[in-house]
Design a protein around this ligand. Structure first.
Ligand SMILES: Nc1nc2c(ncn2[C@@H]2O[C@H](COP(=O)(O)OP(=O)(O)OP(=O)(O)O)[C@@H](O)[C@H]2O)c(=O)[nH]1
Ligand SMILES: [Mg+2]
Length: 315
């Protein structure tokens, strides 16, 4: 059987090979994604994002156990843009996720950046496609922070949970504005530490200042702020519930369809940009390097140089 067929049939070794392939971004990865794409699109994709050490992996682990208790198959992708090598953080994730080891209804995979964040975002989206096509109903994607790659990854999720911890107190930089914007659900984890209720209050106050999020049907979504103690499994069922409510909101409000449309446009536009650039590079060759020198020496401005190169590269 072909790799794609094996993945669709849920073969674990094939899934692992498929993810390695998309991670390598080798030419064969495109063929695999092409074969899997029509079979994906059924999973609910949940992004779990937040600063290093806030407890994302512990939360993901607890959430996955909760989903498993209710019989759903769960795929997990942990993205670690900070570590270009397979470093300690990833090993840590693997160890913490040991509760799930050996469960055939769970598939856990860590992805490292190898120094190319754009490539990481794409590889992660493709890895999610592999898990989606393999029939995992819920896919949890753990990402750190709010850099460009994380925002891209978050945009690929249907529901984004942003994780914070107490102790941000009066500190106004409590949550980066960008993170608040992408949050569909907010979690104050480490609820066993001082200041958790205050952190919840601060986030709720910030949310009350944000414009209401109204879907096409006029139905609004207000991101809930939940408290959790991931290490004790506390607050996990309400988090799963909030994620399910957001999924239901996406469906009934038409917002989900609108997001899907925007996502499809973004992914296609990005693919066109990349394909055009690659084609241009293949044709421009040494002329591109020569043009860079002329721009550097101010013999020509970048815009005119670009026009000339594009004209010359025309097929
Ligand atoms: N006190 C307390 N500690 C927690 C809680 N949740 C997680 N931790 C601890 O916080 C530390 C970091 O947890 P992780 O789950 O690895 O956090 P993370 O956000 O995935 O970390 P990175 O992936 O490295 O960004 C670990 O020592 C956890 O045991 C909690 O609810 N309360
Ligand atoms: Mg982690």
């Amino acid at each position: 059987m072909e790799l794609a067929e094996l993945i669709i049939a849920g073969d674990r070794r094939a899934i692992a090979r498929g993810i390695s392939l998309v991670e390598s971004q080798a030419p064969a990865a495109r063929e695999l994604v092409a074969a899997l794409y029509p079979h994906a699109g059924r999973a609910h994709i949940v992004g779990i994002t937040g600063a290093p050490g806030v407890g994302k992996s512990t939360l993901v682990n607890a959430l996955a156990l909760d989903y498993r208790r209710r019989g759903a198959r769960v795929g997990i992708v942990a993205v670690d843009p900070s570590s270009p090598f397979s470093g300690g953080a990833i090993l840590g994730d693997r160890i913490r996720m040991r509760d799930l080891a050996g469960d055939p209804g769970v598939f856990v995979r860590s992805m490292a950046s190898r120094g190319n964040l754009g490539g990481l975002a794409r590889a992660t989206v493709d890895a999610v496609t592999v898990l989606d096509a393999a029939g995992f109903e819920t896919i949890l994607v753990e990402t750190v922070g709010a850099g460009q790659a994380e925002v891209e990854i978050a945009q690929a999720a249907h529901t984004v949970a942003v994780v914070q911890v107490p102790g941000m107190g009066d500190d106004i930089q409590a949550i980066k504005a960008g993170l608040l914007e992408i949050a569909d659900v907010l979690v104050v984890n480490k609820g066993d530490q001082d200041g958790a209720d205050q952190a919840v209050a601060v986030l709720e106050a910030m949310l009350s200042l944000a414009p209401p999020r109204v879907g096409p049907s006029g139905d609004a979504w207000t991101p809930p702020v939940l408290k959790a103690i991931a290490t004790q499994g506390a607050g996990i069922a309400p988090l799963a519930q909030a994620i399910a409510e957001h999924a239901a909101y996406l469906e009934r409000s038409g917002q989900g369809q609108q997001n899907d449309q925007a996502r499809a446009a973004r992914e296609l536009h990005q693919a066109v940009r990349e394909a055009l650039w690659e084609r241009f590079l293949a044709q421009a060759g040494s002329e591109l390097a020569a043009a860079v020198q002329r721009v550097r020496d101010r013999q020509i401005d970048p815009y005119t140089a670009a026009e000339q190169l594009l004209r010359d590269a025309e097929p």
